[in-house]
Design a protein around this ligand. Structure first.
Ligand code: ZL4
Ligand code: CA
Ligand code: ZN
Length: 393
């Protein structure tokens, strides 16, 4: 008996499609759709599905994908076939059409289905929010924030987040997008560069020369040109290696607290990329499951309808821990669940430690050096505070 019951006063819906998890980017590619299977298996083992409305989502239609993407791009995406032999390992090859087929965004079997299923979950989640049937809607298979209108980028082909936010904008005057993936949420930021109805805020590792995608500096806040209403509506929080839970929590609460107070969003889209966790194959931070989850808890306390998206996350056991803990926060049972992983969890040995909350020492041995001086973090809060003077709610 897990003791997990329906949360009082709010509805949580869970949107997934098991077919999505069957796709493979390639043996050594860091993006493993199987991490979604591992995450769900842990969520179900804890009995959390009994506290949510569970939906197996459909694939998004061509017309739905075309609400953001160009038809040229979609037509190509729908017809390209995986190549029998990888043509070129260099994804910087300028010949790639729509940036498809390199090492970051390979062509694989069922690519179009994979993309439309991710967007289908995100859209279903958005529609449950719009119809007020859900207060929190979860789409761990979405969160693919780098995809552009007519270009694949950074493991992302279809920007399910943009498509979901466009749906939210049919019902809500203002939507806040928050992105805690270790990478800059450039695709979502760019999509809403010229509107004041969406504010975007990404926290990320920033190093223009050595870390993908290289954008998202503190003073990149939306084009300030030609009476652009979207000016000042992009918040960027550039960080360095090794940031800790305490520092991240301070920044997140300060910055998101101020944005919500000023912008007064009707809905929140929160991208919960788990590559910001310590020990991630591509990540650089020292965040623990608790610190990552604290961002979700903070947003939930504001009582604003919210979609939780997945995103990056390249060490599957830690992805599963974070998204399980965050599901428990959504349904308000985080204080009730046993931190020892349920005995009957499938693939339990994959988790190495039997706890939901391994220590930094257990994850990394030696924690990564923290290169975020407190003074720099205060300057960031200061900059955002000044930026928000230009924003109206
Ligand atoms: C890999 O091992 O920084 C792809 C990508 C494939 C398999 C074998 C091919 C070996 C790491 C990454 C060659 C790999 C060369 N395989 C990759 C500038 C780059 C050009 C491509 O979390 N090389 C590009 C994208 C980032 C770059 C990060 C994050 C997505 C998200 C949301 C996207 N691209 C340099 C890298 C491997 C690979 C190993 C890789 N790619 C690491 N970082 C990137 O924000 C879902
Ligand atoms: Ca981010
Ligand atoms: Zn990422």
């Amino acid at each position: 008996e897990s003791g997990i019951t329906r949360p009082k006063g709010h509805n949580v819906s869970f949107h997934c499609n098991p077919d999505m998890e069957q796709h493979h980017f390639g043996m050594t590619h860091p993006m493993k759709p199987w991490r979604l299977t591992l995450s769900k298996s842990l969520i179900y083992s804890y009995g959390m599905s009994f506290a949510m409305d569970n939906f197996v989502t459909r694939a998004a239609t061509y017309e739905e994908l075309a609400s953001f993407h160009s038809t040229d791009y979609l037509d190509f995406l729908g017809t390209v076939l995986p190549e029998p032999v990888p043509r070129d390992l260099e994804s910087q090859n300028p010949d790639l059409k729509f940036n498809l087929g390199g090492s970051d965004c390979p062509l694989f079997d069922g690519l179009y289905d994979y993309c439309s299923m991710s967007a289908g979950s995100a859209l279903d989640a958005a529609r449950k929010i719009c119809s007020k049937q859900s207060d929190i809607a979860i789409a761990w298979g979405g969160g693919l924030h780098h995809a552009k209108k007519a270009e694949a980028s950074g493991f992302c082909y279809i920007n399910d987040i943009v498509i979901a936010i466009l749906e939210l904008l049919r019902f809500y005057p203002r939507v806040l997008y928050i992105d805690i993936d270790v990478h800059h949420g450039d695709g979502v930021e760019e999509a809403f560069f010229s509107t004041d109805r969406v504010m975007t805020c990404s926290f990320h590792k920033y190093d223009p020369n050595n870390f993908f995608p290289g954008t998202g500096a503190l003073d990149d806040n939306g084009p300030k040109s030609e009476h652009n209403p979207g000016a000042h509506h992009a918040v960027n929080v550039p960080l360095n290696d090794g940031i800790t839970d305490e520092q991240y929590d301070m920044l997140f609460n300060n910055i998101i607290g101020r944005i919500v107070e000023k912008f007064r969003p009707g809905a929140i889209a929160l991208q919960c990329g788990a590559d910001s966790l310590a020990g991630d194959r591509l990540g650089r931070f020292n965040l623990q499951v608790q610190g990552h989850g604290a961002c979700v808890a903070f947003c939930k306390r504001m009582n604003i309808p919210m979609i939780l998206f997945g995103g990056g996350g390249y060490t599957p056991r830690n992805v599963a821990r974070a998204w399980t803990y965050e599901t428990s926060i959504a349904i308000d049972c985080q204080d009730k669940i046993n931190p020892i992983l349920p005995e009957h969890t499938p693939w339990r040995e994959q988790f190495r430690q039997d706890t939901l909350f391994p220590t930094l020492e257990q994850i990394l041995g030696e924690p990564r050096q923290n290169r975020n001086p407190q003074k720099r973090l205060q300057d960031i809060v200061q900059h955002v505070t000044e930026q928000l003077r230009f924003v109206q709610g």
